[in-house]
Write a protein that binds this ligand. Structure first.
Ligand SMILES: Nc1ncnc2c1ncn2[C@@H]1O[C@H](COP(=O)(O)OP(=O)(O)O)[C@@H](O)[C@H]1O
Ligand SMILES: Nc1ccn([C@@H]2O[C@H](COP(=O)(O)OP(=O)(O)O)[C@@H](O)[C@H]2O)c(=O)n1
Length: 236
C-alpha cells in the first residue's frame, strides 16, 4: 500500500475509531484519533481550573498544554504534559465539556496545526479520524469517508460500551449524543460536515466487519489511482 492519507469523519458512535484502527492495522498505516486530542486539551483545562464556559479564558490557555499522540493503530496513546491521559479523557465530565472547548478558534488552530504535522510526518500513510478532517485539516486527503448511522443505533452502541454501567440510561445517552452533534455541527469554526467529495457510508445496518471491508476497498482503490497517476507522471 502506498502512502495514502485517509480522512474519516462523522458524528459520535458511527464507528470512526473502531473502523479507522482496524483499517490502519490491516493496511499498515498510522492512525490518529483527533477527538482524543480535543478531549486531552479539555481535560487539561478542567484540571487546571480554566472555566470551560469562558471562551476567552480557554483561548488564552490554548497554547499551554503539551499534547502528544502515539499513532500505532494497535496501541494508540495520548499524553498531556508527559502524563498518560487515555483514561481521564473518557470521563463524562470531559465528554460534557469537549464541544465547548473545541469550538474555540484558538484551540482549533493549535490542534489543527498539530494534526497536519503528524500527518505530514507519517511517511507510510495515515488514517485520520474526526469531524473536520476532510473539510479543513486535510482537504487534499487521497480518500475521504463520512460515516453515518441512525441516532438509535449510535446511542445503543455507546450505551453497550458502558456494559450495564450506563447509569444515565439509553434515552439520556441518546439525548446527550444528539446535543453534542448539534454543538459540533453548529459551531462557526470548522463544524462537523461531510466534505463535498467524501464517500458517505451509512453503518446503521452494517456490522463493524462489513464497514471495515467497505473502507479497505475504498482505500485500496484510492491507493491504486494514486499510484497510477504517479506512474503516468514519471513516464511523461
Ligand atoms: N457497524 C457497527 N455495528 C455495531 N457496533 C459498532 C459498529 N461500529 C462500531 N461499533 C461499536 O460502537 C461503539 C462506538 O464505536 P466508535 O468506533 O467508538 O465510534 P466513534 O469513533 O464514531 O464515536 C464501539 O463500541 C464499537 O465497537
Ligand atoms: N476533528 C475533531 C474531532 C473531535 N472534535 C471534538 O471532540 C469531541 C470528542 O470527539 P470524539 O471523536 O472523541 O467523540 P466520540 O464520538 O468518540 O465520543 C467531539 O464531540 C468534538 O467536539 C472536533 O471538534 N474535531
Amino acid at each position: 500500500m502506498s502512502a495514502v492519507i485517509v480522512a474519516i469523519d462523522g458524528p459520535s458512535g458511527t464507528g470512526k475509531s473502531s473502523t479507522s484502527k482496524a483499517v490502519a492495522s490491516e493496511l499498515g498505516l498510522s492512525y490518529l484519533d483527533t477527538g482524543a486530542q480535543y478531549r486531552a486539551i479539555t481535560w487539561w483545562m478542567l484540571t487546571n481550573g480554566v472555566p470551560v464556559d469562558d471562551a476567552s479564558a480557554v483561548a488564552a490557555a490554548a497554547a499551554r498544554p503539551v499534547i502528544d499522540s502515539g499513532t500505532d493503530p494497535a496501541a494508540p496513546t495520548i499524553a498531556v504534559d508527559g502524563t498518560d491521559a487515555s483514561g481521564p479523557i473518557r470521563t463524562q465530565e470531559v465528554t460534557a465539556a469537549v464541544s465547548q472547548v473545541s469550538a474555540v478558534p484558538e484551540v482549533r488552530t493549535r490542534i489543527t496545526a498539530l494534526q497536519r504535522s503528524i500527518a505530514a510526518g507519517a511517511a507510510g500513510g495515515i488514517v485520520v479520524e474526526g469531524r473536520d478532517i476532510g473539510t479543513t485539516v486535510l482537504p487534499g486527503a487521497d480518500i475521504k469517508i463520512f460515516l453515518t448511522a441512525s441516532p438509535e443505533a449510535r446511542a445503543s452502541r455507546r450505551s453497550g460500551e458502558l456494559k450495564g454501567k450506563d447509569a444515565a440510561g439509553l434515552s439520556a445517552t441518546q439525548e446527550a449524543l444528539i446535543k453534542r452533534d448539534a454543538a459540533d455541527s453548529g459551531r462557526k469554526t470548522s463544524p462537523l460536515k461531510k466534505a463535498d467529495d467524501a464517500v458517505e457510508v451509512d453503518t446503521t445496518q452494517l456490522t463493524l466487519e462489513q464497514v471495515v471491508e467497505c473502507v479497505v476497498t475504498l482505500v485500496g482503490k484510492a491507493a491504486a489511482a494514486k499510484a497510477e497517476a504517479k506512474a503516468g507522471q514519471i513516464s511523461k
